[in-house]
Design a protein around this ligand. Sequence first.
Ligand SMILES: C[S@@+](CC[C@H](N)C(=O)[O-])C[C@H]1O[C@@H](n2cnc3c(N)ncnc32)[C@H](O)[C@@H]1O
Length: 356
Amino acid sequence: MNYIGSKLSLLQFLEESIDKVAGKDCRTFCDLFAGTGAVGLHFKKKGYKVIANDIQFYSYALNRHYIGNHKPLKFSGLVKDIPNLEEVNVTDRAVVVCDHLSDLQGTEGFIFNNYCLGGTNLSAEPRQYFSDDNGKKCDAIRQKIESWKKTDLLNDDEYYFLLTTLLESIDKYANTAAVYGAFLKKLKKSAQKSIVLTPAMLTINDQEHLVFNKDVNSLAKEIEGDILYLDPPYNQRQYATNYHLLETIAKYDNPEIHGKTGLREYSAQKSLYCSRKEVKSAFKDLILSAKAKYIFLSYNNEGLMSAGDVKEIMSLRGKYGFFTKEYGRFKADKSEKRNYKSNRTTEYLHYVVCNS
Ligand SMILES: C[S@@+](CC[C@H](N)C(=O)[O-])C[C@H]1O[C@@H](n2cnc3c(N)ncnc32)[C@H](O)[C@@H]1O
């Protein structure tokens, strides 16, 4: 998923830098602003027990699958619903289940009625986040996943695998420049194609992992780990508004929505890390309460906190240092006509080796 602040292309830099600082005895890696789960997944593959967390529910769903799921998915409950599933090898069943969902007849549900032209063109706020067909398909697939879950035909592992698959797949057909803060007037090419579910990748290993959907400052007081990796928002752009549609597809809770973009209420997910006024005190509270041997922070040279602020706060816990790397800007910025002088930024990985 093309996600604001994704660290997918910085994984090698993160791994090499972290390896230079953290001792070989580290077993637990906590990714507490986990987003797409890319960083946690990388360290899960390296053999760490991962603790992942994010305040957004769509992110919880992604991490509950990419991090939390670590055993094969059998879909035993669906053998009566899906013809021939029983005869299919366990390793191939996910593909058959996804094909079955992709072939469902579309239905006019919450997404079609509120975010597609066919459902909104007579309303005060016509919206076109998806083609009519993809909106109806999304509704049909989401409703089927929920009814399977409600009737105990899916276990939690299978449920979050399917939610992740739907979120990752529908995102590829969205009629947006990059994020859901706005939709395009005309259906772009990729949005005109019919949605086909691509099964989300499953990483099997023998570690149990933990995944949370909490505010980071309260979770940090409850958990402990060897390495704490923090990747907060860098600026004032709230993830709750930029990804509101993914949140609604993940929760499918028929929320009250308003305005041109059909935004859901998000006061409980408003991040202090996006507030110039609040960020330093939230970060200080987090650093002081974190129970870890090493704390790492990804941030860039244009973030709400200066490198000096970060150093001052992290040094409260022990020996401070940092690594840097030049990095390309998130693509959506261009379409939003932001007035940046350069399309490269300096990515920092700050760290502190904690005294206690
Ligand atoms: C820069 S992104 C993380 C990107 C992630 N490392 C990746 O590679 O996909 C920041 C994330 O922090 C989450 N977030 C913001 N404020 C939070 C808070 N107070 N508690 C927990 N998560 C928060 C956002 O929802 C967003 O997913």
